[in-house]
Design a protein around this ligand. Sequence first.
Ligand code: CP
Length: 332
Amino acid sequence: MPSPEPVFDTETHVSLQLDDVGRLRHLLTLKGLEKSLLIDILDDAVRYLGPPGAMPVRSRALAGRTVANLFFEPSTRTRASFDLAGKRLGADVLNLDVNTSSRRKGESILDTIQTIEAMRVDIMVVRDASAGVPLYIARHVSEHVSILNAGEADVSHPTQGLLDLLTIRQHKGGFENLIVAIVGDVAHSRVARSAAQGLHTLGVGELRLVSPPAMAPDADEMPFATIVDNLDEGLCDADVVMALRIQRERIGNLDCIPDPDEYFADFGVSLARMKRAKPDAIVMHPGPMNRGVEIEAAVADGPASVITEQVTNGVAVRMAVLARVSKSLQSR
Ligand code: CP
């Protein structure tokens, strides 16, 4: 008889993320984190990026530490970049293959976590399809373990949000005077939520969430943003355009998934539609992309695209976060 999975709640506790002297202990969400902390992480990430073209920066900040990557949902970028980030900081890195793990035999997530913790893992990087899992784990691990959220249902993807903030800052210098348009399936997107939370904290000039009505968030969820249901209106004079994939895996009723050609005609970020944005607008996408659906290949591969820079920044941001929570661990 498999162990029953607990019911997860999605209540966030900012205080749980910080230790008793205000340092980052867990990273579960960007919501509620101070502007100064976000900026410090971005500044750390810049140091881990190093000069363009140089060999990757390495340090011993995590020497003696063990990081476990526990991805209970597929990933290419996040998992690979946490793996590289841990190794470049000198940590031992365990990548649990969830497809062959004992969770397939009915082991509960808590038993899995306690098993990994017993191997003296210091930092667990967790991706899961259920909302509330990172918070639930953070509440149950010992005080010597940090939890990093690597993607939680449609709720939160904080390191993606940080790498998006870093990419925008690199290209635009700041946030206050920017118009940022997040385009596509916002309702099911943890990327959109974390980016929006971070942009709001850093004082973005204007944030537009541009979606067909069926993919728009609730009007009261992000009151600081404007919900727009017309792409030309949403892109008008935008400085930053972030295209989102349709999150098929989170849309219960497959009849609700639009026809790809119709979707591209109405909400695809194309060269023609990008003429509405500012001439120096950048185009972002968290990946994986569906070319010809939410983004035209000529845009994804064109001069406005910063998509591969986002990936490069992802490693640096994850190094910054790992090093920061490790400092909190040292005092315990
Ligand atoms: N952006 C992102 O989370 O990509 P992966 O699913 O490949 O990790």
